[in-house]
Design a protein around this ligand. Structure first.
Ligand code: GDP
Ligand code: CA
Length: 330
């Protein structure tokens, strides 16, 4: 079975780890010649150049999580991490002291930057980095071109100010009201090699519990990707990142507010839309606390179900993946 996941960072990574666990149980390699193949198309809108190195937060979160190297409590970055380099950089008062660059993490950024400088596209660089981590899935950046999400906020004098997404998210904790998001570089961007094929050729495309605006929304905004999801012969199923009217972690509510979508499991589903009415989703799994929205979603043309969706550990997350796949008969 071929599964393609459109992922952001922590939510996408944790979900994919559970999915991999599920598929390994169901379809052990070689059993009847059946294998599971997971492709993760990862948001790179959060990427940036910092201290001369290319930082790809969501790609690294997925790579470290699937590679068993992630800082489990934090959800991102390396475990057993130290910060000697960033502390010393702060002593020079250069760069962004609010953005953590762990020493081990920095090695990843240095390796990536060296390979980029040698002329490899990000998709090939990512494959090279993954050779070390054996993620058990193919990781593809959404695009080889640099597409960076920026946030438009009100300036002090009735004007507008543009911040890099990470400055808004990490430094300001999304507390400055966002007027809108702009993806700098989007117009000239194309999907990375393999992305459109992974969507068109999958048995199922999954939207994991990732930020619907600045993770999944950014991937879908790459020219050609939304159309590929809309027209794929694969089933398309999503898991709500919004539980009981709030994000489980992070500030997705601030992102949804900026695009005029209510922070609720049902509103996010309707934003993607049911395929029966020209949208993207065949099915949408909401948390059990939101079970009361299921009937309304079904009336709107979605297949919908409710189950516990809190990704507390790998077996629990595997069960969430199973519940999502079951909605589309897999
Ligand atoms: P980021 O790039 O690290 O911000 O991660 P994502 O784009 O993958 O978004 C994380 C989203 O997943 C947030 O909106 C969270 O509300 C949601 N999320 C995180 N953990 C869970 C969970 O255990 N269950 C569900 N249903 N959603 C979650
Ligand atoms: Ca992210």
């Amino acid at each position: 079975m071929k599964v393609t996941v459109l992922a952001g960072g922590v939510g996408g990574a944790r979900f994919t780890r559970g999915l991999r666990h599920l598929l390994a149980q169901r379809l052990p390699d070689g059993a009847g010649g059946t294998t599971a193949e997971i492709t993760v198309v990862v948001n790179t809108g959060d990427d940036m150049w910092l201290h001369g190195v290319r930082v790809c937060p969501d790609l690294d979160t997925v790579m470290y999580t699937l590679g068993g190297a992630v800082h489990e409590d934090q959800g991102w970055g390396r475990r057993d991490e130290s910060r000697r380099v960033s502390d010393d950089l702060a002593a020079y008062d250069v760069g962004w002291d609010w953005f953590t660059l762990g020493d081990l993490d920095l090695a990843t950024h240095l390796a990536r930057t060296q390979l980029l400088r040698a002329g490899l596209p990000l998709s090939e660089v990512t494959a090279r980095l993954c050779e070390r981590w054996h993620p058990g899935a193919r990781l593809l950046p959404m695009s080889d071109q640099e597409v960076e999400t920026h946030v438009v906020v009100a300036g002090d004098h009735g004007d507008e100010r543009l911040l890099h997404f990470e400055e808004w998210w990490v430094r300001h904790r999304a507390a400055l009201p966002a007027l809108r998001f702009e993806q700098v570089g989007l117009a000239g961007a194309t999907p990375a090699p393999g992305v459109l094929d992974a969507i068109a050729g999958a048995d199922v495309v999954v939207l994991p519990p990732s930020n619907p605006v600045v993770s999944v929304g950014t991937i879908l905004a790459i020219p050609g990707v939304r159309a590929a999801v809309a027209s794929t012969s694969a089933a398309v199923v999503g898991v709500s990142p919004i539980v009981g009217g709030a994000p489980v972690r992070g500030m997705a509510d601030a992102c949804l507010l900026a695009i005029g979508v209510e922070t609720s499991a049902a509103a996010v589903a309707r934003r993607y839309g049911p395929r029966s009415a020209g949208g993207l989703l065949d099915a949408w799994l909401v948390d059990e606390v939101d079970a009361d929205v299921v009937d309304g979603l079904v009336a709107d043309g979605f297949r919908a179900g409710a189950a516990s969706t809190l990704m507390t550990d790998v077996p629990t997350t595997a069960r969430i993946a199973a519940d999502a796949l079951a909605l589309v008969g897999l």
